[in-house]
Design a protein around this ligand. Structure first.
Ligand code: G6P
Length: 355
């Protein structure tokens, strides 16, 4: 218990460690002056597109986020579940870059995928939390996310640090230079602290602890966060939860929604994407479904929401990192209400070393 620093669970402690973890992840890796990421990585390495990211579980959601960012900045990239990765089914060459995203650096599926990629001649890069882990030792290059030890089986702070580290890797690979991006990354720790200082998530958890199932929707960079919100809910509450791309709701999941299935909708910023998600919210709201909006003060979202989980007004990357913290807290408080074994959920392991 000493290691919990007064928190009831490691998971809650680790959720609260995210501001310091992200500061550590960013330390010495950004230049305000030039707007560049100064991550010391891949220098002198010949690599070419497409970039393939492989991962499992929560790390796969971070990989989806990283691949979306790379594409946004003009690099052909895709995320593949490590268990679904087959080097012989991809056009890998000696200049291909394969990035393994793994908190522990020991996940069997991810290590197998990286080894296959290496045998096919690709350059491999491990994005990991654990210094000296198998992935760190075996890959050609390594980028540490510096989240600090994560004890709780359900990953929390490692996901936030993976998102931030992958943002830096994506900026480096695409030579994306932007002072605004750097400022925005620097603003994440304080923005997360603001979320941690509210009690909104606990109230939402108390309200919906007995729901039949939980749905999460998000578009673009919020899509991996919707998946992660649902995974967190499943892992520690043992209740059914699903994450969807907001645009997919009408292609099936809409048949499942009702009064007992709250929909958590991630919608921040202005513009077409946000407006489309508002359209999706209206569709569910019209069917009497409770809406929990994770939003940054948009009146046109709050109007349709039964509950609001606020995030500060930030650019999309930072906004996704911070919005996820609200979902971590909801999952934590629902599990707490239900008296679950939060740090060690049944049937699950922190690091899965079999394929
Ligand atoms: C297990 C853990 C998850 C984790 C996944 C991948 O299933 O319970 O929390 O996301 O492994 O782990 P890794 O260490 O490769 O990120």
């Amino acid at each position: 218990d000493a290691g919990k620093s007064g928190y009831d669970h490691y998971m809650l402690k680790e959720i609260h460690e995210q501001p310091s973890g992200i500061r550590e992840c960013l330390r010495g890796r950004l230049s305000e002056l030039t707007g560049r990421v100064t991550l010391d990585l891949l220098e002198g390495t010949d690599w070419d597109e497409p970039v393939t990211l492989v991962a499992c579980g929560t790390s796969y959601h971070a990989a989806l986020f990283g691949a979306a960012l790379l594409r946004r900045w003009g690099i052909n990239a895709q995320a593949i579940l490590a268990s679904q990765f087959h080097a012989d089914q991809l056009p890998l060459t000696s200049s291909s870059l394969v990035l393994g995203v793994t908190q522990s650096g020991e996940t069997a599926d991810t290590l197998r995928a990286l080894r296959e990629a290496q045998r096919a001649g690709a350059t491999t890069l491990a994005l990991t939390n654990v210094v000296g882990s198998s992935a760190a030792r075996e890959c050609d290059h390594v980028c540490y996310i510096r989240a600090g030890p994560e004890i709780s089986v359900a990953a929390t702070k490692s996901f936030a640090s993976q998102q931030v580290a992958l943002t830096m890797v994506a900026a480096l690979l695409s030579d994306h230079r932007s002072r605004e991006l750097i400022e925005s990354l620097r603003s994440i720790p304080d923005a997360i602290q603001q979320v941690l200082d509210t009690t909104q998530a606990r109230t939402v958890a108390e309200t919906y602890r007995d729901a039949e199932s939980y749905f999460f929707i998000g578009r673009d960079l919020h899509y991996p966060v919707a998946l992660e919100g649902a995974l967190k809910m499943k892992e520690i509450t043992y209740k059914h939860a699903e994450g969807f791309a907001a645009g997919e709701l009408k292609h099936g999941p809409l048949a499942l929604v009702g009064e007992q299935t709250p929909v958590f909708a991630l919608v921040t910023g202005e513009g077409r994407a946000a407006n489309k998600t508002i359209g999706n919210i209206k569709e569910v709201e019209a069917r009497g479904v409770p809406i929990v909006a994770i939003t940054d003060g948009r009146a046109d979202v709050e109007r349709y929401a039964d509950h609001v989980l606020s995030v500060p007004d930030l650019e999309p990357i930072a906004s996704s990192v911070v919005a996820n913290v609200q979902l971590q807290l909801v999952a934590y408080w629902v599990a707490n209400e239900l008296g679950r074994s939060i740090d060690k959920p049944r049937h699950l392991a922190k690091s899965v070393t079999v394929e």
